[in-house]
Design a protein around this ligand. Structure first.
Ligand SMILES: NC(=O)c1ccc[n+]([C@@H]2O[C@H](COP(=O)([O-])OP(=O)(O)OC[C@H]3O[C@@H](n4cnc5c(N)ncnc54)[C@H](OP(=O)(O)O)[C@@H]3O)[C@@H](O)[C@H]2O)c1
Length: 333
């Protein structure tokens, strides 16, 4: 396994891409001392500047002691990429894994975040060529300035909120605002030059009036996700929709990049992909994150929606050919 992360400080600037300062802004976010990585610092590439916010969760988490194995990206896949992937929801359970995986593949990422500090807490200090951060809330169309999409080749949107009332709804961050209006605002702001937009939606969106989905949809989450999907379909942008079953593993909140790169799907590594909204089941967040990244490069997934579950057994890991076959099989069912 090779990890080629660069830990030069990142510019945490809410400025649009064209206005990124040439010299990174450096400022410490935490006063806690650097924490040694559970794995060998020299082999992982972490430096003493890597800061960990939540030591207790790092060491008490079962995830953190799992071996970094099958989901690691092979060094042959680490050629520098020409992609610049705009990730929305990169601090969430799936989103963190998407970002970590992009970094591990040496694919440049630009994150839209409501709270810029979360990036350092989650991903450490990164070279701004690898990871850029812009501030914005998808509910506010005016936050999505066109300049923030300059150079962006691909988009992965994994925003969401809880299906039922919770403190995460505070400030009206409700499914209608996030899964519908936020997605609509994002899609409306994207340039026509993007090569693929991957939207994370949900199984059950086409059956939100039927049990058991109608229970999940009591506050409209499935209805609003479907509205977001439809808006993307009608946008003319090249898209792929990924509809996960119930998410497991994670959300890895308050962990850090080192921990994220060690995340495994446990025994639930085998991937089941379907079409037609017939799948019912669960899926590892790691598998969903990988599906989003793989779909970017599989041309026949363009313009389609796929449901995804994961079950006990060996999975495709990050092998592009295996993922291609899984998506293909879904189409033939
Ligand atoms: N949970 C399930 O079982 C399940 C099942 C099927 C589908 N899904 C869907 O799968 C996706 C990933 O789920 P998850 O549980 O991994 O996500 P999550 O942990 O809930 O993360 C949600 C992400 O969305 C961001 N976000 C929320 N409101 C936003 C706003 N107004 N503007 C910008 N960003 C905003 C959050 O940022 P902050 O850090 O700023 O809050 C966070 O990064 C979501 O679309 C979810 O609906 C979930």
């Amino acid at each position: 396994m090779a990890t080629i992360l660069s830990f030069a400080p990142v510019s945490y600037s809410p400025l649009p891409a064209t206005k990124y300062p040439k010299t990174p802004i450096r400022f410490p976010l935490f006063t806690s001392p650097p924490l040694p990585s559970p794995s060998s610092p020299s082999s992982s590439g972490f430096t003493s500047s890597f800061l960990v916010r939540n030591e207790a969760s790092l060491y008490s988490s079962p995830t953190s002691i799992q071996a970094l194995t099958e989901e690691s990206v092979d060094s042959s896949a680490l050629a520098s990429s020409s992609k610049l992937v705009f990730v929305v929801g990169g601090t969430g359970g799936v989103g963190q894994l998407v970002v970590a995986s992009l970094l591990n593949r040496n694919i440049k990422a630009r994150l839209l975040l409501r709270d810029l500090e979360k990036a350092t807490k989650l991903f450490g200090k990164q070279d701004q060529n690898s990871l850029q951060v812009v501030k914005g809330d998808t509910r506010n169309a005016e936050d999505l300035d066109p300049s923030m999409f300059e150079g962006v080749t691909h988009v992965i949107c994994c925003t969401g909120t809880t299906a039922f009332p919770s403190k995460r709804w505070s400030g009206e961050n409700t499914p209608d605002k996030v899964d519908w209006e936020g997605v609509r605002n994002l899609i409306s702001a994207l340039p026509s030059s993007v090569e693929r937009v991957v939207l994370v939606s949900s199984v059950g969106v086409t059956k939100s009036n039927e049990l058991p989905w109608s229970i999940m949809n009591l506050f409209g989450v499935l209805k609003y996700k479907k509205m977001g999907e439809d808006f993307l379909r009608e946008s003319g942008l090249p898209y792929t929709i990924i509809r996960p079953g119930r998410l497991t593993d994670g959300p890895y909140t308050s962990y850090d990049l080192n921990t994220l790169l060690k995340a495994t799907a446990g025994e639930r590594r085998a991937v089941v992909i379907g079409q037609g909204d017939k799948l019912v089941g669960e899926v590892s967040r790691l598998v969903v994150a990988e599906a989003c990244i793989q779909a970017l490069d599989i041309e026949f997934t363009q313009g389609k929606a796929y449901e995804i579950n994961s079950v006990k057994g060996d999975g495709p890991g990050s092998d592009p050919q295996k993922w291609r076959e899984l998506f293909k099989v879904a189409e033939s069912k």
